[in-house]
Design a protein around this ligand. Structure first.
Ligand code: EPU
Length: 419
């Protein structure tokens, strides 16, 4: 078992380079199945979700060669199976992208049900609705997803709820579908645009990604031998911006796209922090205790649920009482019970949590209840007086590259211990 031991209280200062986006990378890797050839992906984050996605591709017959820790050359010329193994797909959520990609490539799919963080119910009915509209039969009754299509034909699909996964999955399934597919009420996250940009760069015809309506005109085939660089991770960037706020620090983030973080920047300024944007850098400084604010999570460009827990740490330390409404996942306040062990004053009921800010937190043994909760608890440990021991690190390793190394370079006293 591994744990992080964090000695607080540290003001974080210095520079940090942001990695490629996890939630783009885990979609781009299965998207290479559509190529029937070679493709090089650069700026892949070196995290376990990316490694597992590549392992599954190898199980399907692809070859994956790592040119360096962040660059993979993927050859999908010979795909020998359309069945992705349950033991691997159940380890993470984004295995659902194999359904859309394999439907496109093989017209047949057998994929174990996706796993991932326990954030409450995580239905895939909108994915299934999209595949069926394109002409597939989909069976999810047996603990796995089995889908087949004699032929995929473009259709108009209205999403009942804004879903990142369903939007990307339908894009993947419709790249070769006959005619035009329209996705109405589509998700608009930067990783949706990144996947569309990648597919368009190799010959797909996808228009409107980043807006509510995406149109996909079916094409015959995609080009081989291209190179594509994954978009910077706005959630990792946001995590470090909030770490600057929680520790009243001064952090310069390199390799990020500030427009992707507009909603967070507005909140940081509201709380009394300063944000200076310049090219692909963002500097966040905070020289006094942050002020209270209220947060309502929403699909992009609203406040991301994936930064809710990190913001919760700042609000636990802010002046006054703040309110967070979590509108995407029903079980995303589990971290608040860990923060309470560190002296935070938080009460939650259903979708709402109230944060009565305290002047300081105290180190304690705590557990990462999910990926973003884990990152938030690292920030809490750095801001807290005394020693924090953080367990359940496998959640954090799924989504953050070298996280303790990055925090160490900013001055944090943090080590990983294998017991
Ligand atoms: N939903 C449905 N039916 C569906 C799909 C989604 O009702 O078929 C609901 C969900 O229950 C949820 C809402 O729609 O209430 C949004 O879900 P979405 O499909 O957008 O989420 P996802 O694709 O499963 C991705 C990220 C999550 C992130 C959410 C929201 C990946 C691999 N995961 O999940 O990331 O929280 O979008 O932005 O892209 C994380 O990185 O820590 C993480 C959990």
């Amino acid at each position: 078992m591994e744990k992080l031991v964090i000695q607080g209280r540290t003001r974080l200062e210095g520079e940090v380079t942001i990695s490629g986006a996890k939630n783009a990378a885990v979609a781009l890797i299965p998207a290479t199945l559509l190529i029937k050839g070679v493709c090089t992906l650069e700026n892949l984050p070196n995290i376990s979700d990316v490694q597992i996605q590549c392992e599954i591709l190898k199980d399907l017959g692809a070859t994956v060669e790592w040119l360096d820790p962040n660059t993979a050359r993927i050859d999908t010329t010979n795909i020998t199976s359309h069945k992705a193994p349950l033991d691997k797909t159940s380890k993470f959520r984004a295995s659902y992208y194999l359904i859309g990609a394999l439907l496109s490539r093989c017209h047949n799919v057998e994929v174990g049900l996706p796993g991932g963080c326990n954030l409450g119910a995580r239905p895939i009915d909108q994915h299934v609705k999209g595949f069926e509209a394109l002409g597939a039969t989909v069976d999810v009754a047996t603990g796995k997803v089995v889908a087949h299509a004699d032929e995929l034909v473009g259709a108009s699909i209205y999403m009942d709820t804004v879903s990142v996964g369903a939007t990307i999955n339908i894009m993947l399934a419709s790249v070769f579908a006959k005619g035009t597919t329209t996705i109405d009420n589509a998700a608009k996250e930067p990783h949706i645009v990144d996947v569309a940009n990648f597919l368009n760069s190799i010959g797909a015809d996808i228009r409107g990604a980043g807006t509510d309506i995406i149109k996909i005109n079916g094409v015959e085939k995609l080009k081989s031998n291209s190179t594509y660089s994954v978009v910077p991770d706005q959630i990792e960037a946001g995590t470090f911006m909030l770490a600057a706020m929680a520790t009243q620090g001064d952090i310069v983030l390199k390799n990020c796209i500030s427009e992707h973080l507009d909603c967070l920047t507005a909140k940081i300024i509201e709380m009394g922090g300063k944000v200076i944007e310049s090219g692909d850098e963002i500097r966040v400084t905070c020289d006094k205790r942050p002020k209270k604010t209220n947060i309502k999570t929403a699909p992009y460009p609203g406040f991301p649920t994936d930064l809710q827990a990190q913001m919760g740490v700042v609000l636990a330390l802010a002046e006054g009482t703040s309110v967070i409404s979590e509108n995407i996942w029903e079980s995303r306040f589990q971290y608040t019970y860990e923060l309470i062990k560190m002296g935070a004053k938080i009460t939650s009921q259903g979708k709402t949590a109230f944060f009565e800010g305290v002047e300081s937190l105290s180190g304690a043994p705590v557990s990462a209840t999910d990926l973003r909760a884990g990152a938030a608890l690292i920030v809490a440990g750095i801001a807290a007086e005394g020693t924090t021991e953080l367990y359940n690190l496998q959640h954090i390793d799924r989504g953050y590259e070298n996280i303790e190394e990055k925090f160490r370079k900013l001055g944090a006293n943090i080590i990983r211990i294998r017991e």
